[in-house]
Design a protein around this ligand. Structure first.
Ligand code: SAH
Ligand code: SF4
Length: 350
């Protein structure tokens, strides 16, 4: 039976400090406890007051747990460079976490919600609908799981990059996502540098505005998919509420305030958004915004087909001609790993 005690991974450094103080443990030991939780410091090397605190508070039917989610399924690409996990949370919800390793760079792709309310027509997660937000602890636990797997296959490698591009819309779960990223990016915690972390959003304006106001140190990716309102709205229903014009204005303000560029994502779909006219219009739309365009070949889902086969390179050429750096999302190994939400969708079919 899963325990329903709160997870230690939910607590920030400051919150944990408070808990220790309440229990009368000298705060000087906090760093060691954080090391035990996030950095594999063995329990045997902890100072005795901390070990006593852990004995009293950590475990089933105690104040806290520090369990990683159960692996419900796992697939990996033939070359072993992409490993995709279906993780079962305490209430039975399953989410996806992906570990990718190309040219010695290891990246984890993390989910922020079970399901998603945004309903993008080509997205398997969107087709499932929204179930619930993940807690900060559940987001942190995905990264710890990825670290554990990486250690198994590449004992000397470090997990250096993180993208919030799994299931869900991170800016619809702002507080938990940002709290989790605090732990993940902290040098005392998991230690993935803030500049190596990218939050991907479909364009939740209040969230982008908050990132701007708070000058958050993380990278921002915006899923665009359309070069004018009509084209975008057909793929991304939420753009009826937050229009393309409003989104681009928000992006400009973000860049001006943070001095950073934005990674725009473009899922390329045959006959919908892959024409030379669209590429020309997109070039103009992005002019003046420090940006990088990342083209993602469509992964066909049960409810949506339309992989563009020929048009990608032509599209890329036009974008580059307008002075915007443009790359294809690496897809090596995606043969088995598929796209966002697709392993779960596949599993449910069986
Ligand atoms: N909700 C956020 C982050 C998760 S989706 C967002 O939409 O940005 C991460 C990326 O995967 C998005 O750019 C999304 O458009 C893309 N994506 C979703 N389903 C896809 C599919 N079937 N094929 C290709 N890309 C897909
Ligand atoms: Fe949600 Fe992103 Fe999928 Fe759109 S693409 S439905 S925002 S997870």
């Amino acid at each position: 039976m899963p325990s329903l005690s709160p997870s230690l991974y939910d607590l920030s450094f400051t919150q944990l400090e408070k808990r220790l103080a309440e229990a009368g443990v000298n705060p000087v030991h906090l760093q060691a406890l954080w090391g035990f939780i996030y950095r594999d410091t063995p329990a045997s090397s902890l100072p005795p007051p901390l070990r006593r605190w852990l004995d009293q508070h950590l475990g089933e039917h105690k104040s806290f747990t520090a369990e990683l989610p159960e692996v419900a399924d796992e697939i990996h690409s033939a070359d072993g460079l992409t490993r995709k996990f279906l993780l079962r949370l305490e209430d039975g919800q399953v989410i996806e976490t992906v570990l990718m390793g190309y040219e010695g760079r290891h990246t984890v792709c993390v989910s922020s919600q079970a399901g998603c309310a945004m309903g993008c027509v080509f997205c398997a997660t969107g087709q499932m609908g929204f179930v619930r937000d993940l807690t900060a602890g559940e987001i942190v636990a995905q990264v710890l799981h990825a670290k554990k797997v990486l250690k198994r296959y590449h004992p000397d490698a470090r997990l250096r990059n993180l993208v919030m591009m799994g299931m869900g819309e991170p800016l619809n779960n702002y507080d938990s996502v940002l709290r989790a990223l605090g732990t993940i990016s902290s040098e005392k915690g998991i230690g993935i540098g803030a500049s190596k972390i990218t939050i991907s959003t479909v364009g939740v304006l209040p969230g982008i505005e908050r990132l701007t106001r708070e000058k958050q140190p993380y990278g921002l990716a915006v899923s665009l998919h359309g070069s004018n309102q009509q084209e975008r709205q057909a793929l991304v229903p939420i753009s009826q509420k937050w229009t393309l014009e409003m989104l681009m204005q928000s992006c400009r303000e973000y860049c001006a305030a943070t001095g950073k560029k934005i990674f725009f994502e473009w899922t390329l779909i045959d006959g919908k958004n892959d024409s030379p006219e669209t590429a020309e219009r997109l070039g103009k739309l992005l002019s003046g915004i420090p940006s990088h365009l990342n083209i993602i070949p469509l992964n066909p889902t049960a409810g949506y087909q339309g992989e563009a086969s020929e048009s990608g390179r032509r599209f890329q050429k036009i974008i580059r001609r307008s002075g915007i750096p443009c790359t294809f999302r690496q897809r090596r190994g995606i043969d088995v790993a598929a796209g966002c939400g697709m392993l779960k969708a596949d599993k449910l079919k069986k």
